[in-house]
Design a protein around this ligand. Structure first.
Ligand SMILES: NC(=O)c1ccc[n+]([C@@H]2O[C@H](COP(=O)([O-])OP(=O)(O)OC[C@H]3O[C@@H](n4cnc5c(N)ncnc54)[C@H](O)[C@@H]3O)[C@@H](O)[C@H]2O)c1
Length: 320
C-alpha cells in the first residue's frame, strides 16, 4: 500500500471544487507537505481555508500548469513524490475556446507523465472524466466503454487517457486514472460554466425559476464531492491500481428533471420550472459501473443524493 504520511503531495487544480475537497481529505493522511498549483481560472484561494486551518504548512502556488518547466521546477524544489492532477478548464470553456479546453487537458497530463518518466515523482493519480465516454452505448458504463467524446474538453480528457496508456506501454510507468462521474456539493463553481446543481440552487435563491435544458430526461450519475475526494485518496493508496482506469461514481442514474424536482423539494420551491433548448454536446445518458471500485474498496457507503443535496443547499444558502 502507498502511504501519504511523511510524503510531499502536489494537487494541480487544488483550489477548485473537487481539488479543494481532495486537499481536505489529504490533510487527514498527515503528509509531510501539501502543495497546491492553480492558476485561479475558476478556483479560489478561499476554498483552501478549511485545510489551512488544520494544516498551516499547505503551500499555494498561482501557476499555469501548462508551463512545463515552471511546473517541474516546483516539483523538484518541493521534492514532490505524489501528484493528483485535477487542473482543467470547465467543460463549458469548450464552446468559448475549444482548442484551449483540449490543450489544457492534454498538456498538463503530458508534463506530469514526463516528470514520472524521469523519476522526478514516484506516483501520479490522474483525474479523467466520464465525459470521455460520451453518451452511454450501454449502461452501466464500465471502464472498457468506448471513448466517444462530444466536446473539446472531453476529447482532451480522452486524449490524455490514451497518452497515459501509451506512456505506460512504452516506458513501463504506472498511473492511476480515475474517471469521476458528475459531482456536486459545497464550493462548486456558481459563476460562468456553473453545473446544474449550483445553477438551480442559485436561481431559486435569487427568486428566479429553475431551468431545465432539453427534455430533462438526460441522466447523470451524481456523487457527493466529499465522497469522491475520500475515495480518490483511498484508491490512490492501492499500488496494484496504478496502471489501471477506475470509474468513480455512485452507480445511481438520475434524470435531470428528477434532480431539479429534488432540489425544489429541499428548498421548498413550489413555483414554475422553465425549459430551455438542449445544450450542444450534452451527453444523453450516464451511469457508472462501479464494480472495480467495489472490488477494491468493498461496499463503500456513499451519501444519499438527498443528504448531499440538503447539505449543498445549506451551503449555497449560507453563502448567498
Ligand atoms: N465536477 C465534476 O462533476 C467532474 C466530473 C468528472 C471529472 N471531473 C474532473 O475532476 C477535476 C476537477 O474538476 P472540478 O469540477 O473540481 O473543476 P474546477 O474547475 O472546480 O477545478 C479545476 C481547477 O483547475 C484550475 N486550472 C485550470 N486551468 C489550469 C491551469 N492551466 N493551471 C493550473 N490550474 C488550472 C482551475 O482554476 C480550477 O481551480 C477535473 O480534472 C475534471 O475534469 C470533474
Amino acid at each position: 500500500m502507498i502511504q501519504y504520511s511523511g510524503k510531499q503531495v502536489l494537487v494541480t487544480g487544488g483550489a477548485g471544487f473537487i481539488g479543494s475537497h481532495l486537499v481536505d481529505a489529504l490533510v487527514g493522511e498527515q503528509p509531510a507537505g501539501i502543495c497546491v498549483v492553480d492558476n485561479l481560472f475558476l478556483g479560489r484561494e478561499e476554498n483552501l481555508e478549511d485545510a489551512r486551518g488544520s494544516f498551516p504548512e499547505l503551500a499555494f502556488h498561482r501557476l499555469d500548469a501548462t508551463d512545463g518547466p515552471a511546473l517541474r521546477a516546483l516539483i523538484r524544489r518541493h521534492r514532490i513524490e505524489i501528484v493528483f492532477n485535477l487542473a482543467t478548464k470547465a467543460l463549458g470553456h469548450s464552446f468559448a475556446d475549444p482548442l484551449d479546453a483540449f490543450h489544457v487537458n492534454v498538456v498538463i497530463a503530458g508534463h506530469l507523465l514526463e516528470a514520472l518518466r524521469s523519476g522526478e515523482i514516484a506516483g501520479l493519480v490522474h483525474f479523467s472524466s466520464s465525459e470521455a465516454y460520451g453518451t452511454a452505448l450501454r449502461t452501466p458504463m464500465d471502464e472498457s466503454h468506448p471513448l466517444r467524446p462530444n466536446t473539446a474538453y472531453a476529447a482532451g480528457k480522452a486524449a490524455a487517457d490514451l497518452m497515459i496508456r501509451a506512456y505506460q506501454e512504452s516506458f513501463g510507468i504506472r498511473v492511476l486514472t480515475l474517471r469521476p462521474f458528475n459531482n456536486f456539493g459545497p464550493r462548486q463553481n456558481e459563476g460562468v460554466y456553473a453545473g446544474v446543481v449550483p445553477l438551480t440552487m442559485n436561481r431559486i435563491l435569487r427568486g428566479e425559476p429553475p431551468v431545465i435544458s432539453g427534455s430533462g430526461a438526460q441522466t447523470r450519475d451524481f456523487t457527493f464531492v466529499r465522497d469522491t475526494a475520500l475515495l480518490a485518496v483511498e484508491l490512490g493508496k492501492h499500488d496494484e491500481l496504478h496502471g489501471a482506469v477506475v470509474n468513480l461514481g455512485s452507480g445511481r442514474e438520475v434524470a435531470i428533471r428528477d434532480l431539479v424536482e429534488k432540489i425544489c423539494r429541499i428548498s421548498r420551491y413550489t413555483g414554475e420550472v422553465r425549459t430551455a433548448p438542449p445544450r450542444p454536446g450534452d451527453v444523453l445518458r450516464h451511469c457508472a459501473d462501479v464494480s472495480v471500485l467495489r472490488q477494491v474498496l468493498g461496499e463503500v457507503s456513499l451519501s444519499s443524493l438527498e443528504q448531499g443535496l440538503a447539505e449543498t443547499w445549506e451551503w449555497y444558502r449560507a453563502h448567498h
